[in-house]
Structure formats: C-alpha cells, structure tokens
Design a protein around this ligand. Structure first.
Ligand code: GLA
Length: 400
C-alpha cells in the first residue's frame, strides 16, 4: 500500500471491523538515528530524525471490552482493559498493552479501546516501529483519558512499556524522537537531562538514503540487554575511583586510558565507543551548522567502525553495505542505524547519484548475500500527531 493511502485504508478497515466510525486518527513516524548509537542508556547524546514512514492507528472507545487489530498481520487481540493481559514474548501486542499498563500504574482508569493500525515502517529494521506503536497508544490514551501530559512524559511511559512488557531495557531515544522531531530537523537530545534542540538538517546537494539489509533484528533476544549490562559493570568499576561519575558519558579519554588495567578488554572497548561516539554527536552538530557534509560523512563512517569493532553490534551484512556504499557508491559516509544486529544502514548520497547508487548497491548486495536490499530515499519529517475525527469537517474521514 502507498504511504498516503494508509490512513484511508485504516479508517475503512476500522469501520468494517467495528461497524462504527473511529473517533481518532493517530500517526507516529519511525526514526533514523543519524549518529549517537547506544549512548542513550549511558546518559549521552543522540541525533535522530523522524522519517516519512509511519504507523497509522484509527481508534475509539470500546463498548464493554477492548480490541486492537494489527491490519498488516490480520490479527486481533481482545481483552478487558480493567484486567490487562500479561506480556506475550515477542508479540506486537506488548507495545500498545504495555502503554495501557503504564497509564494504569500511574493511577489512570484505563478505558476500553478499539483500535486498528497499519504501517509502512519495516519491522525489525532498526527504525523504531515498536516505539511508533507505543506512542500511538500513548497519544490516544492521553487524549481519551484527558491527562494532557507533556510529550516528554508520554515518551517515558512508552519507554517503560518497552522495559516491562517487551523485555528490552531500551534508552529514551526512539520514544523521544518519534514524538518530538520536526520536519527538516534532527533532534539533538541530551539523554541525561532530556534537554533537546532542533538541528536543521541542511544537506545541500546530498540526500539521506536508507538501505535495509533485510536481516531482521530482535532486540529482546539479541545482545542489546547484554550491552547494557556490560556498560553498567564498566561504570561500576570506573566509579570506584571517581564516585561522582554518574554515567559513562562522564568518562574522559584520559580517565579511560588510566583505568584500562582495571577493566576487562570487552568493557574497555564498550567505554571507548561511548567516549568517541558522544564526541562525534557534538561534532556532527557542528558539521551540520557549517554545512560541511563530507565532515558529517566521516563522522558517520567512524561511528560505524566503532560500533562494529568496539561495541560489536553490527552484522556482516551491514558492514558490507557500509563499505560498498562508501567505496563504490560514492557515499561520503554511511553507518548502521538503531540497535544493530541487522536492520538498516543510513547513507549520505549525492542528489545526482541516488538512482545509480541504489542500482549498484542492490546488485552488489545480491551478488554477495543473495538478498534483495530495500533502498529508500528518506526525508526528515514531523513527529507524531493525533486528529480528533469527531470534530473535523466531514467527520470520519482523515484529512487529505
Ligand atoms: C534501540 C533502542 C534505543 C537505543 C538504540 C541504540 O533503538 O530502543 O533506546 O539504545 O537501540 O542507539
């Protein structure tokens, strides 16, 4: 289905399945992280942007019970929101129900909900399809219950849902990005203080191109939680001599080198990534301000290299795509994006060469791995939005 047709189809499906008009239409985009990977849960900096791919949810209050329909899978979960079902390992329903559970834990009476959703964000591709689904439910409940919470708080509810229901101890980047990003901008987020600023992504003659390795990642079963534990144990050791150190973000290159003997080799490399990556995020902001795209590209390439060697979250497929994009495709910079262990690579490509770039990269990837990479130009887009269909003109139809 084409991106623009999704809202119409979702509304039509809602009517068919529930025999009623939806009251709300919620849309939450996916995100690409431009730079600052695995730094969010270490109190560091990140620079993501929202993309023009999203999840759309048509919804309304339920009549005596709740039902959520995943249209892409043609699967419905039914339950009573007063007695929320327990998490189901690996199931999509953990995301929306997990958010309902966080509202309940915060003292809200969670209403019965009817919802149908579909999306254009590739799942398991490191583009935050799970945060998008969580945030759809967070915006919806906030509106129906009337809590009027700031988006920053909704992001925290969504993050908690991911921890408690999906079993991934993720940081705050994805939930913040998909709620707070603005068209044409990246969101420079300080994950410790949660202060952020919008950074214009003026790419001049370059474009962002996403390349999906088609190797799906699953953060709940990958090494994601292990990485978090390794960082925590390194921090505990580093704090022995520096008790005022709060996060790995506080570690300087000098302190890391002077502590090398007290860390395991793995811990040392994990922290080395943090130290370099936080500096690269702040440099990337400077590169963007200066319009120096080749500099931005170099920072992306360094980031990928560190994620592959030091943090060990890349995959052979993503490594191949990054090096091919840069060696043969004329990309000044490319890197894996998101949690890793498969998923997408984000490349900077000269606007004039996007077509040829996609053809040659797809071909060399097919030759090497026998897989069809999905290649997509993407635009930095607005974060999530919710429309009250009942008060719109022509009630029941999403605005064009
Ligand atoms: C996943 C998590 C984020 C972040 C990234 C890695 O997307 O959900 O919190 O840790 O991985 O940067």
């Amino acid at each position: 289905m084409h991106n623009d047709e999704i809202p119409y189809e979702v509304v039509a499906q809602y009517r068919t399945r529930f025999g009623a008009e939806p009251e709300y239409l919620v849309r939450t985009p996916g995100r690409v992280n431009l730079i600052g990977e695995h730094t969010d849960y270490n109190g560091g900096w990140v620079l993501p942007f929202a993309i023009d791919r999203s999840i759309t949810m048509a919804a309304g209050e339920g009549r005596g019970s709740s039902a959520i329909v995943a249209l892409d899978r043609d699967e419905t979960v039914e339950f009573d929101s007063r007695y929320l079902p327990a998490p189901r390992p690996g199931h999509w329903s953990n995301y929306p129900i997990g958010v309902m559970s966080e509202f309940a834990a915060a003292g809200s009476a969670v209403p019965q909900i009817r919802a149908a959703f579909a999306g254009s964000i590739p799942q398991g591709g490191g583009l935050s399809s799970s945060a998008a689904l969580e945030n759809c439910m967070a915006l919806l409940l906030d509106r129906i219950i009337g809590t009027g919470l700031p988006r920053e708080t909704l992001a925290l509810y969504s993050q908690a849902a991911e921890h408690h229901y999906a079993g991934v101890r993720c940081g705050i980047m994805d939930q913040f990005a998909t709620l707070l990003c603005r068209r044409g901008h990246g969101l420079l987020l300080d994950c410790r203080t949660r202060a952020y600023r919008q950074v214009p992504l003026g790419l001049r003659d370059y474009r962002f191109v996403l390349c999906n390795s088609m190797v799906k990642h699953d953060l709940a079963t990958s090494g994601y939680n292990d990485r978090r534990r390794e960082c925590e144990s390194a921090l505990a050791t580093l704090r022995e001599r520096h008790p005022r150190m709060v996060d790995l973000r506080d570690c300087t290159p000098e302190y890391l080198e002077s502590s090398r003997g007290r860390l395991s080799d793995v811990e040392y490399r994990r922290v080395l990534h943090q130290v370099g990556e936080n500096r690269r995020v702040l440099d990337a902001e400077q590169a963007l301000h200066a319009g120096d795209i080749p500099w931005l590209g170099r920072l992306m390439a360094e980031s990928h290299d560190s994620l592959a060697r030091n943090f060990e979250v890349s995959s052979p497929e993503q490594d191949f795509l990054v090096s091919e994009a840069m060696e043969r495709g004329g990309s000044p910079g490319a890197r894996m994006t998101g949690g890793g262990f498969g998923g997408n690579v984000i490349c900077l490509v000269s606007a004039k060469r996007v077509g040829d770039f996609a053809i040659s990269l797809r071909e060399s990837y097919r030759r090497r791995f026998g897989l069809e990479a999905e290649i997509l130009e993407c635009e930095p887009s607005d974060g999530a939005g919710i429309e009250d269909l009942a008060i719109m003109e022509g009630s029941g139809s999403p605005s064009p």
